[in-house]
Design a protein. Sequence first.
Length: 235
Amino acid sequence: MIEGVSTAGQKDGQEPMRRCVSCRSEDSKARLLRFVVVGSTLCFDARQRLPGRGMQVCASRICLERAAKGAFQRGAQRSDIELPTSSDWIDESIVSALRRLYEEVISSGRISGQLVVGSEAVTQAAKDNELVAYLVAVDASQGTMEKLEANARRKGLPVKGLLDRQAMSRLIGRENTVISGWKAGRLHDRFMVLEAQLRGLAGASAPVGEERQRETDSAETDDRKEEQEVDLIQS
């Protein structure tokens, strides 16, 4: 058996497990970060498509830092790998790539219809039990968040999101987008993995989109609109 690949507990149709080269724990292939060596250069395979034997690492700064100190070389069984030396290599090489994918998935979800936008559409999808998760802007008002989370608990749905409303609006093509809803499907599954990876690397639920300072009057107006949308979803 190739090191790093485990077939223990694997059933037909299920994705094989992979082992982190750093902490040696097992997880599914999709949830781990994949690296390959091209020539003597270590490359982060964000889309998991590069040819060659891959090495998997947990989406954790601790595991990544340990891997850069020798686990990558052991995993590749080579000592000539060019390992990252910059103190910002995780943010520059990994987080930035995951952010791009995260935004791509949201944009693709909107285009495909798997991500429902607009208060009326989200309301109807929620009533029809078509949603599997809510997507909310990180700069939503406290009142909006409290109402949405209460509604989500009743329906047993998670509330996710790492982008502010400006980034959400840009990706979705709809002004002042605060609340959306995911339907089940491949894009939703990929979104959930990417969000978990970004949260694991950030260590907090900090936004990964643009940040902006809103004027007080504008913020109060937006907050009232948000809460009206949530009231509609709850009805």
